[in-house]
Design a protein around this ligand. Structure first.
Ligand SMILES: NC(=O)c1ccc[n+]([C@@H]2O[C@H](COP(=O)([O-])OP(=O)(O)OC[C@H]3O[C@@H](n4cnc5c(N)ncnc54)[C@H](OP(=O)(O)O)[C@@H]3O)[C@@H](O)[C@H]2O)c1
Length: 387
């Protein structure tokens, strides 16, 4: 029996992970800990249903409500950011990191520091503190498994670690809800329009990131951290059918791709069963019915976020941390209707210009830079909103 901990269990990835657990044979998996941000009702229902040992809510003020919701169940309840990290520190055979944003950094690091197997959905962690995360994994020999469908695809298609044999890797992008939209429409885009993804059903933040294509920018940085390929050899292609999730082109001209219907249960299950596979009841790919697979170069004018991420990766040092922090601030303000859609990338660009690419070695320096970038992005956004 594999003991699992799910960080971010009430979100889109967390729920898909639990759906796989529910569909598995009885006794195959058991739940050690479930962690949510503030949704006590959903967390308590999951903890009861899956008989978790521990349920943790990050919002410290919600402890009373969680205890009440779990009364009589025998499930331990805890709350607050330290309790989230403590849950991640507890022994488990496999942990899903699916907290959204850099709020997931400390708990993901805690898993790697104890040498656990970490299925990483939380891409912001790798963008914000890539070197620290990778160093922690290398130190303890922890397994870091990419959940993001594109990176999971490349993880599956990559058959060498020799960079000389890898010509390029390709990340595909659905293009999001504004793939064919005019700039004038995008300028007036509402949160409702931006989160209405044509293919994937995801949390609000990643949905907005998909709409700006910052999601692909974050993934570009994530790919450069995870795979032995420099930024210049990571290509992004818009692929509206979202069927080919990622490709690796080798020095012999071969291209290996991973295909599948767009359903996160497939990459999550790949991580859950790794190094083997497990049967999953997702819709099967029917290429004859699908008929065609299209690929386009992304439009740099309507989607500047991709260029910003590439530039941040080229600049190195603390630039990706700044990019991620500014984007988290701008997306939250957009979802709160306090910033326009096109202002998201503009705020990120201005924050990067204001702060440059300062060195940020070590966790404290990265966290301080993350704070500084959030403050700067907030000021820039307030100025833009007032203009
Ligand atoms: N959804 C996808 O298909 C997909 C695909 C690839 C990668 N990802 C990545 O996976 C991560 C999660 O995405 P999602 O779509 O599942 O997001 P989501 O639906 O918004 O879920 C986020 C989860 O994080 C929890 N959370 C929020 N703030 C927290 C905090 N400070 N401490 C502890 N928990 C906190 C939320 O709890 P509450 O419910 O209580 O707020 C929820 O369980 C993101 O980094 C995203 O980029 C997602």
């Amino acid at each position: 029996m594999k003991r699992l901990t799910i960080l971010g269990s009430t979100g889109s990835i967390g729920r898909s992970t639990l759906a796989l657990v529910e569909a598995a044979a009885p006794g195959e998996f058991a739940l050690e800990a479930l962690v949510a941000g503030r949704d006590v009702a959903a967390l308590a229902a999951q903890a009861r249903k899956f008989r978790a040992r521990l349920a943790v809510v990050a919002d410290a003020s919600a402890l009373g409500a969680l205890r009440e919701a779990l009364a009589g169940s025998g499930i331990e309840a805890a709350a607050g950011p330290e309790a989230v990290v403590e849950a991640a520190t507890r022994p488990a055979d496999w942990t899903m990191a699916a907290i959204v944003g850099s709020a997931g950094l400390h708990s993901a690091l805690a898993v790697l520091k104890r040498g656990g197997t970490l299925a990483l959905a939380n891409k912001e962690t790798l963008v914000c503190a890539g070197e620290i995360v990778l160093a922690a994994a290398a130190r303890t020999g922890a397994a870091l498994l990419p959940v993001d469908s594109e990176h999971n695809a490349i993880f599956q298609a990559l058959d060498t670690k020799d960079p000389a044999l890898i010509e390029k890797i390709v990340l595909t992008a659905s293009g999001g809800p504004f793939r064919t939209a005019e700039l004038a429409v995008m300028r007036k885009a509402t949160p409702e329009m931006a989160v209405k993804h044509p293919i994937w059903s995801m949390g609000a933040k990643i949905s907005v990131d998909s709409a700006t294509m910052m999601n692909k920018g974050l993934e570009l940085i994530e790919a450069a951290r995870l795979f032995p390929v420099p930024e210049a050899r990571i290509e992004v292609l818009v692929h509206p059918q979202s069927t080919v999730h990622g490709m690796v082109q080798y020095a012999d001209g071969s291209v290996l791709a991973q295909l599948g219907t767009p359903d996160m249960r497939t990459p999550i299950s790949h991580c859950l069963a790794w190094p083997t596979r497990m049967p999953v009841r997702v819709p099967r790919l029917d290429l004859a019915t699908l008929g065609r697979l299209e690929f386009f170069a992304p439009d740099p004018v309507r989607f500047p976020a991709l260029r910003l991420a590439r530039e941040a990766l080229q600049a190195g040092a603390g630039a990706p941390t700044i990019l991620n922090a500014a984007n988290e601030v701008a997306v939250a303000l957009f979802l709160d209707r306090r910033l326009g859609f096109l202002d998201i990338a503009a705020v990120v660009e201005e924050t990067l210009s204001a702060l440059g690419a300062p060195a940020a070695a070590g966790l404290d320096a990265v966290l301080a830079l993350d704070d500084a970038a959030r403050a700067e992005a907030g000021r820039i956004a307030a100025r833009r909103a007032a203009a």
